[in-house]
Design a binder for this molecule. Structure first.
Ligand SMILES: *[C@@H]1O[C@H](CO)[C@@H](O)[C@H](O)[C@H]1NC(C)=O
Length: 321
């Protein structure tokens, strides 16, 4: 299946810590930005030796922060990995298993009706008690039915989708995956939120970036500690990038998506510095699992990770998964 990964290893950077002062002069708890990639392999970054060196912002982040070369995800599949990240619990305890057929694995878009149980305590729920405001931008993947939505599980805001951008299905039996703003559905992938499978063009990463920048600015203005979970999916097949990035990578379309991710991370870090809150913000960058074996053949770094030689970079992504 598309999201099964070759490598379960993931990498995590941590930059910048130190207690800052809130508006009252009392120390304000540090804000948290968790940048979660989708199916991105550790070998995609320059800091890990990717030869085209197209990730200057992430490489700088690693150089200025901490690099965790032995940080492991709890599961090599989107849903269980994300459940574990937000609950701190093993997938088998939250009911998110690896197999795609089981009830609480929210992997398959429309057919699977399960999701994160109310009994699980998610990071934003715990942070709320400490006065944090939380937002998730991008892919949730812990259940698409209303009772499982992020705002029912601790997040105050959401812009994104309950699942991957698979499709287009364009039929009544399998409608295209919806996009939400908070509790309201605001459109669907391939319809109000176009992804051109032929050219690879989509503006989603830019939309997600604007959501992140806007949220950070609002929380800083209100002097509130915040948790931003930026869970974008540009590096999940079918990979996409916006026009300014398309065709700019030496690595094909997948590389274009990675370059847009890198540029966006640079913008977020730049804003944190500009607002003077970088020294009181933890920023983590990691991936939900390793590079996808099946979903992006010849586009990701999986061949190299298996010790094989890369093939031609020109193969387009699969249109359907
Ligand atoms: C992306 O945004 C640009 C500029 O607004 C627009 O011209 C283009 O059609 C959009 N592309 C897609 C795929 O939505």
């Amino acid at each position: 299946m598309a999201a099964v990964a070759a490598a379960t290893r993931w990498r995590l950077f941590l930059v910048l810590s130190a207690a800052g002062l809130g508006v009252t002069g009392a120390p304000q708890p540090p804000s948290i930005v968790l940048l979660l990639m989708d199916d991105m392999g550790w070998g995609d970054l320059g800091v890990y030796g990717e030869p085209s060196r197209e990730t200057p912002h992430l490489d700088r982040m690693a150089a200025e922060g901490l690099l965790f070369p032995n940080f492991y995800t709890a599961n090599p599949l989107c849903s269980p990995s994300r459940a574990a990240l937000l609950t701190g619990r093993l997938p088998i305890r939250s009911g998110f298993y690896t197999t795609n057929g089981h009830a609480r694995n929210a992997y398959t878009p429309q057919e699977i009706v399960g999701g994160i149980p109310d009994s699980e305590l998610l990071l934003p729920e715990l942070l709320k008690e400490a006065g944090y405001t939380s937002k998730i931008v991008g892919k949730w993947h812990l259940g698409h039915r209303p009772q499982f939505h992020p705002l029912k599980h601790g997040f105050d805001e959401w812009f994104g989708s309950p699942n991957c951008h698979f499709g287009p299905y364009d039929n009544k039996a399998r409608p295209n995956i919806p996009v939400y703003r908070d509790r309201e559905m605001v459109g669907r992938f391939y319809e109000e939120f176009p992804i051109n499978l032929k050219t690879g063009e989509a503006n989603l990463t830019q939309l997600y970036l604007q959501e992140a920048l806007d949220f950070i600015k609002r929380q800083q203005a209100a002097h509130r500690p915040f948790f931003l979970h930026w869970a974008i999916d540009a590096t999940h097949a079918p990979v996409y990038a916006s026009r300014p990035f398309l065709g700019t990578s030496q690595r094909g379309r997948y590389g274009d998506a990675v370059r847009e991710v890198d540029s966006s991370v640079g913008r977020i870090l730049h804003l944190l510095r500009g607002l003077g809150i970088a020294e009181n913000t933890f920023v983590f960058f990691t991936s939900d699992n390793g590079a996808a074996l099946v979903s992006a053949p010849r586009q990701g770094r999986w061949l190299e990770q298996l010790g094989l030689r890369p093939g031609p970079l020109s193969t387009p992504p699969p249109g359907r998964v």
